[in-house]
Design a protein around this ligand. Structure first.
Ligand code: BGC
Length: 441
């Protein structure tokens, strides 16, 4: 992918955003969050849930103001047990069961403490009706529990909590990009967008033309993983056909952790079939079953560390590659081609956002990021950042890695929701006429 395609993709992304803002047909969305940037002074004890990747994580977080926080307690469980005892990712489970599982984890964290509020980060496309009510548009990342699409996520979690007699209800539901925005901006007020590149991919931004109840610019979720104006190749098409949602999430399938390992697998299999991969053994499971090459392998290929080298050697041995330098060099080349394309695609969407009219005047432009690719792949964050800097040389642009962004952001959202309830109550009180009859319902 050369620079001219990168620039073309940035322009297309911008046009798709404009269409979405105008309410016209687009592969992107402008989903409201009803929230604006935090001040950094939010404080209190919050239960913060991150439901979105392969693990469900529940934390008790204390927000201390001035961008500070402390994680007091935390628990994480995979949605799919590696030992096969349960699996909440398939259509054999219902929404009720999945949220029941979440409520069990919340019960463990809540025991013995009295948090102020609960915030939920739910990392799928949702149509938000208010800060605490949002209905699921569709699943992504190959998840498919039944009786969920079109339903109110806050209500489903609320009902599960009541059923388990847990005395707390969600006051804020947010997308994980909104969470990483809030967590990043809690610490650095120059944050103007939030992005995740983990199991899935997405970006949100502060959009001046959308206003909150307090008349501030609203954070909106673009569902950038579904961006479709992209030049996919033979391998992208073959991957897409083998997924649960062919034709959807085109961008996500080219850049995110759920799919990069699969792209490597498909590419290597094709080379094997063409006689270009020494040691290729067609009967091995890896060449016959989708999603059997973990994206982690791309990280091992990028690292010189002895632990990673050991993991890579074991993986190569199990999968029929003889550990010759020639083989290793080939794998590294293909691995870096896949990663480099992902970095350029991601950078092009960020460039589009940083150049938007509502963002352009900011002196410093910071994008808060989180997710396994930024966290675990050496050079990924720096690689994307360096493309941004060379394409936008006249600006001060940086990426802020926001650890635990999904949970900390859920806590900040719960604090903001609490404030907005208080503001509503105050404005109701000041709106009411002291003279005349008062009706109490
Ligand atoms: C979802 C987004 C989410 C992203 C990152 C995508 O599959 O559609 O809502 O933000 O993954 O988790």
């Amino acid at each position: 992918m050369d620079l001219s395609s990168l620039r073309k993709i940035a322009d297309e992304f911008n046009s798709e955003l404009d269409l979405a803002l105008a309410g016209e047909k687009s592969s992107l969305r402008i989903l409201p969050s009803f929230l604006s940037a935090p001040t950094g002074q939010e404080m209190g004890h919050y239960i913060a849930i991150d439901f979105g990747g392969s693990n469900l994580r529940v934390m008790l977080v204390v927000l201390k103001g001035q961008g500070g926080y402390e994680i007091i307690k935390q628990i994480a469980r995979p949605l799919k047990d590696p030992q096969g005892r349960y699996d909440y990712t398939t259509d054999n489970t219902s929404g009720q069961e999945v949220f029941g599982f979440a409520a069990d984890l919340i019960a463990e964290v809540v025991r013995g403490v009295s948090p102020d509020q609960l915030g939920l980060t739910f990392s799928y496309p949702m149509q938000q009706n208010s800060i605490c009510s949002a209905s699921l548009i569709r699943w992504t990342k190959e998840l498919k529990p039944r009786q969920t699409v079109g339903r109110d996520i806050g209500k489903m979690l609320g009902e599960a909590l009541i059923k388990k007699r847990i005395d707390i209800e969600p006051v804020a539901i947010i997308n994980d990009t909104v969470a990483v925005f809030l967590a990043g901006c809690y610490y650095d007020s120059s944050v103007c967008a939030g992005s995740i590149c983990g199991t899935g991919y997405n970006v949100c931004l502060l959009e001046p033309s959308r206003r909150t109840a307090a008349d501030q610019a609203m954070i909106v979720n673009t569902e950038a993983g579904n961006f479709s104006m992209l030049p996919g190749n033979l391998y992208d098409r073959s991957l897409d056909q083998a997924t649960d949602d062919p034709g959807q999430q085109k961008m996500e399938k080219m850049v995110s952790g759920k799919y990069l390992g699969e792209l490597l697998r498909i590419t290597l299999r094709d080379m094997g079939e063409k006689g270009l991969l020494p040691g290729y053994t067609p009967s091995l499971t890896i060449w016959n079953q989708p999603f059997t090459l973990p994206t982690e392998v791309l990280g091992w290929l990028q690292t010189e560390g002895s632990r990673e080298r050991q993991m890579l050697n074991n993986w190569m041995e199990v999968n029929g590659f003889d550990n010759k330098l020639e083989n290793l060099t080939l794998l590294k080349l293909i691995g870096s081609a896949i990663l480099e394309r992902a970095m350029k695609l991601i950078a092009s969407t960020y460039i589009a956002i940083l150049r938007r009219p509502g963002q352009i005047n900011n002196k410093r432009q910071v994008i808060a990021v989180d997710g396994a690719l930024f966290k675990h792949l050496p050079e990924f964050l720096a690689g994307v950042e360096s493309i941004l800097r060379s394409e936008l040389p006249d600006r001060s642009v940086s990426l802020l890695y926001t650890a635990d962004g999904s949970n900390i952001g859920a806590a900040v959202a719960a604090a903001l929701a609490e404030d907005s309830i208080e503001t509503d109550a105050r404005s109701l009180a000041s709106d009411s006429t002291p003279e005349g009859p008062q009706f109490i319902i």
